[in-house]
Design a protein around this ligand. Structure first.
Ligand code: IVH
Length: 705
């Protein structure tokens, strides 16, 4: 199986493994994009991974993971700001990439509502910034929070107060009003900021979105004040009184209250008008003076919005119509090989700098050796089989704010005397053999811990946000400490102080970039992390295929490090009770299982883990309680005619409350909701003594009447 196998061709087992991989990959991409403001893959790649995940889930609904990326918005908030729980979740938007997608979306809205006539939508630019929720009580701004993971964001109130587009007080606003919108930076302000930063030796930003995010998420609000941020209001969260009857009316009301709203917002009567406005906005894109990455359509009638409600992470009443990716041509100067944590050799294109969509690009990913040679993992041609060579004239592609890639090559511009690229079979970092296993698109260094690149990348992963997250010990410090032979493996971090004794502090504080206070803080931060949750430890080990989500599943299943370690050490790949038990975990596939067991069977790896564990106090993991809603965990069946909602709406609501909706009555059914015309199902339920209620009874039960 490969990551390129079409969803409809995957076997059940392959689908399970693929969902695990996608979950991990998307979690990593999310963290890079949202928490670290440093995206690793393009928006288009991200969207493709999400679509692939959704397609596989649609084929195997029962394999959908507890941590399914379909249910995740953004990433968890970073540790530096206090947290704010959103009273109304901050959601993401589904994507449309073509006119057909938009037509399908409009049709599905009509179908859901049981309407034939066209439904009116607003259409407005999708601003490429970061979303912010502003809470006003009694007309005063009391709180500002970033989206975070949609449930919980970061408290950035002091920073938001410094943005001139954000009013401190409102006249004649509802008692409680949460205004939501996008913080962004104009191109001109971005260029000036980068120039200023460069002059002062500060950090420069890759694009306006990163600059806006980095400027808003400053611990010192005075820095935010010095950054030219702006805000467009386009939505709302909790409100004590409705703003209007329509989306357009609500936006006008926000405008009247003193917020900036986007002047390109229109009401469109049907799909043709929506698409016409999309093209109009697209034609103005280059001259707007700020980045947009598409057009957002929203059902105009707010009563209908409410009926449509939400899927797990996206509203049914809105969609983002994305602009196509941006392209440019340039010269490929060189191909460098980077060695990653798991030994993967990744080819990186070094380019003659070129501007793609307003950003200067000089590096791009080339994925793997097959990609360079012009074929996919199954040997099928890509780019009609054209290979990529140093010296070639290549097409660079990026969508949004992301690592660009090479999409194509122009053979008519190929210089004389070029040779096909010979992918190294020796690790450029340690000289060990680099091998490609059957079915793997990637060539890997076999040096393990003797390979300095792998060792450093492993350490960087170990101290990453979702792993040990040691304050003051980031990638840069890890590299420095590794170079100086202070640390070679994770355990060394915890023995650093012991090994160097009291002199350690002096040594550290004599180094560039370290003072007495920061050195002391570092050792405190290290000690603080000795007590740590099992899932973080498992994730931190950096075992191939074991992402954050998978680590959570393993921790939840085994509970303690001792149980996990004993089970893995005792397991044999492909047979026996321990192997079966591992594979029985929902969300763990054979590939991941084999990878974990292999890691625990490698002598050096085991020893290194043992040294680490000896330094830690690993916390047991208990499963969370799923109590909460009156129908959580119950199996519900709907029958007969529903008068206040469509069947799809009823099912979606029930599922959102944690119920399982089934099509037939059986002894497992907990509740039957029967409308007029209910027949055999109602009779069967009565025979089985199953509780039966009508539609109003159901609405009462879920508190929706
Ligand atoms: S509406 C419930 N309108 O896009 C949906 N979002 O991909 C609320 N965004 O998280 C969002 N411009 O950060 C909406 N005109 C616009 C937008 C917009 C940009 C962002 C927003 C959202 C993301 C979803």
């Amino acid at each position: 199986m490969g990551r390129d196998t079409a969803p409809e061709e995957l076997s059940r087992e392959e689908a399970r493994a693929e969902l695990a991989r996608l979950s991990a990959e998307l979690a990593r991409a999310n963290a890079a994009y949202h928490t670290e403001d440093a995206p690793e893959i393009t928006d288009a790649e991200y969207d493709a991974l999400k679509r692939r995940n959704a397609a596989i889930e649609a084929r195997f609904p029962d394999l959908k993971r507890a941590d399914s990326p379909s249910d995740v918005v953004g990433a968890a908030p970073s540790e530096t700001f206090s947290k704010v729980r959103h009273r109304v979740r901050m959601l993401s938007l589904g994507n449309a990439f073509s006119d057909e997608d938009v037509a399908d979306f409009a049709k599905s809205v009509g179908r859901y509502l049981g309407r034939e006539a066209p439904i009116a939508f607003t259409a407005e630019p999708k601003i490429d910034g970061l979303s912010l929720s502003l809470r006003y009580e009694g007309g005063r701004l009391v709180q500002a929070a970033t989206r975070g993971d949609g449930q919980e964001g970061e408290n950035v109130t002091a920073n938001a107060r410094t943005i001139s587009d954000i009013p401190d007080t409102l006249n004649s606003a509802p008692e409680v009003l949460e205004v939501r919108g996008e913080v962004y930076m104009t191109h001109a302000d971005f260029a000036a900021l980068n120039e200023r930063q460069a002059e002062q030796g500060g950090k420069t930003f890759a694009n306006p979105r990163n600059a806006a995010a980095g400027s808003l998420r400053q611990l010192d609000a005075e820095i935010t004040r010095s950054r030219p941020l702006r805000f467009f209001a386009y939505a709302w969260g909790e409100v004590s009184a409705p703003l209007a009857d329509t989306q357009m009316g609500a936006i006008e009301r926000l405008g009247a209250l003193g917020f900036s709203t986007n002047p390109l917002t229109r009401v469109c009567a049907d799909t043709d008008e929506m698409l016409a406005h999309y093209r109009d906005i697209e034609s103005q894109r280059a001259t707007l003076g700020y980045d947009i990455d598409g057009v957002v359509y929203k059902v105009d009638d707010l009563t209908l919005q409410e009926r449509l409600g939400f899927r797990s992470t996206t509203p049914r009443w809105a969609i983002a119509h994305k602009f196509p990716a941006e392209l440019a041509w340039t010269r490929l100067e060189a191909i460098d090989i980077q060695v990653g944590r798991t030994g993967a050799l990744s080819p990186v294109a070094r380019l003659s700098p070129v501007t793609v969509g307003g950003v200067v690009v000089s590096n791009a990913t080339l994925h793997n050796e097959d990609y360079i040679a012009g074929q996919d993992a199954n040997g099928q041609p890509i780019r009609e089989g054209r290979d990529i060579r140093v010296g070639d004239w290549v097409q660079v592609y990026r969508a949004g704010d992301v690592i660009p890639k090479i999409a194509d090559v122009d053979l008519s511009q190929r210089p004389d005397g070029t040779k096909p690229y010979a992918f190294p079979t020796i690790c450029p970092e340690c000289g060990s053999e680099a091998v490609r296993e059957e079915g793997d698109a990637v060539r890997r260094c076999t040096g393990g811990l003797i390979c300095p690149a792998q060792a450093v990348e492993k350490l960087k992963h170990f101290v990453g946000r979702s792993a040990f997250d040691i304050e003051g010990l980031g990638s840069k410090q890890v590299e420095q400490f590794y170079r100086d032979d202070w640390i070679a493996e994770p355990a060394d971090i915890f023995t650093l102080k012991k090994r160097y004794g009291p002199g350690c502090l002096t040594q550290l504080k004599n180094r560039e970039g370290w003072g007495e206070k920061s050195a002391e803080n570092l050792f405190d931060a290290i000690d603080e992390r000795r007590k740590i949750a099992l899932n973080r430890v498992i994730f931190a080990l950096g075992i191939r295929h074991v992402g954050e989500a998978a680590a959570g599943l393993l921790a939840g299943h085994y509970g303690t490090w001792e149980a996990f370690e004993a089970a893995m050490a005792g397991a044999e790949i492909g047979e026996g009770a321990a192997w079966d038990d591992l594979n029985a975990i929902d969300g763990v596939g054979k590939v991941m299982a084999a990878s974990v067991v292999t890691a625990f069977h490698q002598e050096a790896e085991r020893a290194s883990m043992a040294r680490l564990v000896a330094e830690l106090d690993i916390q047991e993991v208990r499963r969370p309680d799923t109590e909460g809603s009156p129908v959580a965990g119950k199996t519900v069946v709907f029958t007969g005619t529903l008068e206040k909602m469509t069947r799809a709406e009823a099912k979606a609501r029930a599922e959102a409350l944690g119920a399982k909706v089934s099509g037939s009555v059986s002894a497992k059914t907990d509740l039957l909701v029967a409308g007029p015309g209910a027949g055999s199902k109602a009779k069967k339920a009565a025979d089985l003594g199953i509780e039966t209620i009508d539609e109003d009874g159901w609405l009462d039960l879920i508190g929706a009447s």
